[in-house]
Design a protein around this ligand. Sequence first.
Ligand code: FEO
Ligand code: CA
Ligand code: CA
Ligand code: CA
Length: 663
Amino acid sequence: MLQHDDSPEDPCAHHDSQRQADVSNPSDAPSLDVLIARRYSRRALLQGVLGASAVATLGGWPGARRATAAEREGAPSWSASMTFAGVAHGIDAEHHVARGYRADILLRWGDPVLADAPAFDAHAQSANAQRRQFGYNNDFVGYVPLPYGSQNSEHGLLCVNHEYTEARLMFPAGSASSAERVAIEMAAHGGSIVEVRKTGGRWQVVSDSAYARRINALDTAMRFAGPAAGSARLRTRDDPDARRVTGTIANCAGGITPWGTWLMAEENFHYYFGGKLDGNPEADNYRRYGLPSTRYAWSRHDRRFDLAAEANAANRYGWIVEVDPYDPLAVPVKRTALGRFRHEAAANTLGKDGRLVVYSGDDQAFEYLYKFVTAGKVDSRERAANRDLLDDGTLYVARFEADGTLRWLPLVHGQGGLEADNGFHDQADVVIEARRAATLLGATPLDRPEDVEPNPVNGRVYVMLTGNHRRGHEAVDAANPRAANLWGHILELTPHDGDHAATRASWRIVIGAGNPRDPATAAHWHPQTAENDWFACPDNAAVDPRGNLWVATDQGSRWHLTSGSADGLWALATDGEERGRARMLYRAPVGSEVCGPCFTPDGRTLFLAVQHPGSDGTEAFTGFGRRSSFADPATRWPDFDDRTPPRPSVVVITRDDGGPIGS
Ligand code: FEO
Ligand code: CA
Ligand code: CA
Ligand code: CA
């Protein structure tokens, strides 16, 4: 997703003065609310003219120690194993991949998903067509092999989230009524399941697949399960039992469970609801999540998004949705035990005793890192036994101590003040207001948690903090050591006793992003980091089968302040002497961010989702210098056809010689 104080719809979003406040946590609202652009002119940033005094006040890197001898022992040399030559910084209308690799377009917005989908025509869109076609702004990409249980790396299902829509790039002027546009937008949200196969070394979509499915915000029937299912706070006139819900929105990143289901994370659900909060009993709860923040006209056409008509409407979104891609008829389930917040993702792994552990960041400045540990163990033999595993377990939130320890605090009704006196009458209240519960427990506000990725090879967990320009000098702490952190950093957690289910861990910082040659950034990288081998604003992440971490960036409209380069996908060394070294494999076209890095089990194919090409920060793109629109976009990637706007697309990366990506 874009930097969240930029609106996908608001034509004034690029004016700082009209931006929505991007902090909802009242307990940690910064007293020093500075925009970095005001403090450091662009020229100063690019030329690195700020002196050592500025560096000193920007803080050090506690916890950023070098690897110990024991940690280095036996670790392969990353620079020897990462054989590709990195792509250089830059920005243009095209995408770029390292020499010796190819990047092919696999699926574009509007491509057929269901067999009866009409061919895409950007000038003749309809909701009926869009609900059969690939949706907009692809984000998470998951790969599940066919058949189930195999490690097949040449035939499987792609599970792709469609996070949000952007009318100014989607629709030609005057092309549809407001009601039809809203229906198209709803149909373009959600997700797609697409069967893919590698034939003759090239990946192709299987066009008549029995698995093909579109999940959307318009009419996909779902159900609630877990502690909030049946809660009075989820009731609406259409759903008096609070058990059924139509649609999913803001599906950002996600996860694939060990039993092959797809977890879709509902992230920026606050954008979708209209109607005043006056007199609404949920008003305080909603404000904590950043509502009201109407970026869409949906509430004018559909009571599901109208808080005046349905006071509880916004309690029905912000959850993790579980979908079974192997069963096209399976009803998706909102698993409320995992809490309600702006879930970035839901990557998961096993605890020592076989319970599932799901990590999830809450993507907003000064919000928290969570994990959910199931009560039961994963049944690796009988798939169906895991059907309701995610409904019973413990949700935890992270507290980072300055001494490098981390405590996971349980969000359990009746414990730690989560009681009736504080407005928590049962576990439903705790999960519905997970943010407020986490604040009460003393969780650590972070610099915008994005993706969280466990590494099954080294047993550690990587937390992408994408940046937080609002953190004031007085608010820095060990885990967030930079004020006005425009560039973000990456935390590494080591679970106690190697057990992801443990309530303790240790933590340290892998890198502090930003230009290491510019003292104003106070960046932290491997000391031999070369000119092009650094990035800003880590967002999505993946771990390849050999245990290498891959990081995708999203600088949003501030890219010219953070790196001066387009976003991309990077390999990042986390072990041994090479720790903190990065190299760019793929660079995206102007205005886009890179989402969904996803490897096949053999590591020889990498799927990427290029989101919102031509959208973010094109005013600073030399030679274009203005805001993009349908008729006048900064790029028409990937089609470069004069009638067609830029199309968010899934890209498939392979090596020319067919070898594993990166090595
Ligand atoms: Fe949807 Fe936080 O990216
Ligand atoms: Ca993201
Ligand atoms: Ca982002
Ligand atoms: Ca990920």
